[in-house]
Design a protein around this ligand. Structure first.
Ligand SMILES: [Fe+2]
Ligand SMILES: [Zn+2]
Ligand SMILES: [Zn+2]
Length: 399
C-alpha cells in the first residue's frame, strides 16, 4: 500500500500542508502544485518540450479540494484552464522535493564536496591504462570530483595525446589559446606561461563569461636536470570558507565589490580583447559559495566607487594571504608521461620557477567543459550502478 500522509488546506486556500510526521511538514503553494502536476497531460514527454503555459492562469489561484489517495495527492483549483483536469502528484515526488528548510539544506549538503586537504589526502593518481575500463575512468572522475584534481600516470608521450585524454571525459573547449597549447620555455614569450618564471596562484581565463572548467596538462618532457617547476594546487573553496570564518565582512566585500579581469593584446599572433567584470566570490540564494574567480595576472583597473576601494583591497589581500598558506597546498613534481587534470573553477594552480640552463620541460595542455565532464561522471555512475548525486563542481550551480 502506497504511503499516504495526512494533509490539510491552509486557511486562505493557497497551500496544502503535507504532514509527513509530527516534526516534518511540507507547505505546498497552490501554483507550485499546479505547475508541477505529474499527470500525463502536464509532464512534457521529452526534454525541451514546452510544458504548461503559466501565463494562461489567473494571477490568483485558490484550492477547492485536496485529498490523498493511494500514494497520490489530488488537488483541484478554482480557475483551472485545462478541461477536466485534476492536479495529481505522487507523495514520493512531493517528499523528494520538499521545500522545508532542513530538506533544502540536506539537498545542498549531499551534493557538496569536502575541501581538498593536503594534510589528510595524498595526490590522487591513476594509471593511464586503467582508463580503458569504465570502472577505471569512473575512479579518475571521482577523484576530480572529490579532490578537485587527479594525476594520470604513464600517458603515452606523443604530441596531442592530451586531446585524446580530454575527449575521454568531455568535449574539447577551444579558447584564444586555441584547441591545445604548449607550455615550454620560449626566448620571446607573449605569455608568462612560456617563461621559466614561477607563476603565482591563479585560475585560467576568468575574463571569459564561462571560464574553462577543466584543464589538462601533459608532461611530454620534464628532464631531471631541471631544478624547480613543481606544480602547486589549492582548493579555492577552502580559501573562501576560511575567509568567511575569519572575516565575514571581508568575505562579503569579495561577494559584492567586483574586480575586472581582462586580456588585451593586439600584438600576439591572434590578437585578443577580452574583459569580464565580476566579484571574486559568488554566493547562491542561501549564502553558500558557488563560484570563485581569481587571477592577479589578468586584472584590469578596479572600477568601483571610492568608498569601496580600501575595503576591496583589504579583503583581496586577506584572501591572497590565506591562499598562500602552506598547509592548504598540494605541491608535487610531474614526471614525464604524467598528465594532470584539474577543475579550473575550483582549484587555483601555480608553478614554481625553474632553471633553463639545461634540460627540457615541455607540457601540452587543453581544456574541456566542466558540465560535460560532470555529465560523463553521472552517466558512468548510472551505468555502473553507483549511487551518486550530481556533485557540486564550483560552476555556479546551487545544488
Ligand atoms: Fe594557468
Ligand atoms: Zn496535470
Ligand atoms: Zn522537508
Amino acid at each position: 500500500m502506497a504511503f499516504t500522509p495526512k494533509i490539510e488546506i491552509n486557511a486562505d486556500k493557497t497551500a496544502v500542508n503535507v504532514l509527513w510526521d509530527p516534526t516534518h511538514t511540507s507547505r505546498c503553494n497552490v501554483k507550485w502544485l499546479r505547475f508541477h502536476c505529474r499527470c500525463k497531460r502536464c509532464v512534457p514527454e521529452f526534454s525541451g518540450m514546452f510544458p504548461l503555459d503559466k501565463d494562461e492562469f489567473d494571477d490568483e489561484l485558490y484550492l477547492t479540494s485536496a485529498q490523498g489517495k493511494d500514494g497520490v495527492l489530488h488537488v483541484q483549483i478554482d480557475k483551472e484552464v485545462m478541461e477536466n483536469h485534476e492536479t495529481a502528484i505522487p507523495f514520493e515526488w512531493l517528499k523528494e522535493n520538499c521545500n522545508c528548510d532542513s530538506c533544502l539544506k540536506a539537498d545542498i549538503a549531499r551534493s557538496n564536496f569536502n575541501f581538498a586537504n593536503p594534510a589528510t589526502t595524498s595526490v590522487p593518481r591513476v594509471c593511464y591504462d586503467s582508463l580503458q575500463s569504465q570502472e577505471g575512468k569512473f575512479e579518475c572522475l571521482k577523484q576530480i570530483v572529490d579532490v578537485g584534481f587527479c594525476v594520470i600516470e604513464n600517458v603515452t608521450r606523443e604530441s596531442l595525446t592530451v586531446l585524446k585524454v580530454g575527449e575521454m571525459f568531455g568535449y574539447i573547449r577551444s579558447t584564444l589559446y586555441e584547441k591545445f597549447f604548449d607550455v615550454k620555455y620560449e626566448p620571446d614569450p607573449y605569455n608568462s606561461a612560456y617563461t621559466s618564471l614561477g607563476l603565482p596562484y591563479h585560475q585560467d581565463l576568468p575574463y571569459y563569461e564561462a571560464m574553462p572548467g577543466v584543464q589538462l596538462l601533459h608532461a611530454l618532457e620534464f628532464d631531471d636536470s631541471i631544478k624547480g617547476g613543481e606544480s602547486q594546487l589549492v582548493d579555492l573553496f577552502h580559501v573562501a570558507d576560511i575567509l568567511k570564518k575569519e572575516s565575514p565582512e571581508n568575505f562579503k566585500v569579495l561577494c559584492t565589490v567586483p574586480g575586472t579581469f581582462q586580456t588585451k593584446d593586439l600584438n600576439r599572433p591572434n590578437p585578443a580583447w577580452y574583459e569580464h567584470t565580476r566579484t571574486h566570490i559568488e554566493v547562491d540564494y542561501f549564502g553558500n559559495t558557488v563560484a570563485i574567480y581569481w587571477n592577479p595576472g589578468v586584472e584590469g583597473a578596479l572600477r568601483v566607487r571610492f568608498e569601496d576601494e580600501e575595503r576591496y583591497f583589504k579583503a583581496y589581500v586577506h584572501f591572497l594571504r590565506i591562499l598562500r598558506r602552506k598547509e592548504l597546498e598540494f605541491c608535487f613534481r610531474m614526471k614525464p608521461g604524467d598528465l594532470i587534470i584539474f577543475n579550473n573553477r575550483r582549484m587555483a594552480h601555480a608553478r614554481k620557477e625553474y632553471n633553463t640552463k639545461e634540460g627540457k620541460r615541455h607540457l601540452q595542455g587543453c581544456y574541456i567543459n566542466l558540465d560535460d565532464m560532470k555529465s560523463t561522471y553521472m552517466v558512468l555512475a548510472h551505468k555502473l550502478g553507483k549511487k551518486v548525486v550530481p556533485p557540486k563542481v564550483g560552476n555556479r550551480c546551487w545544488y
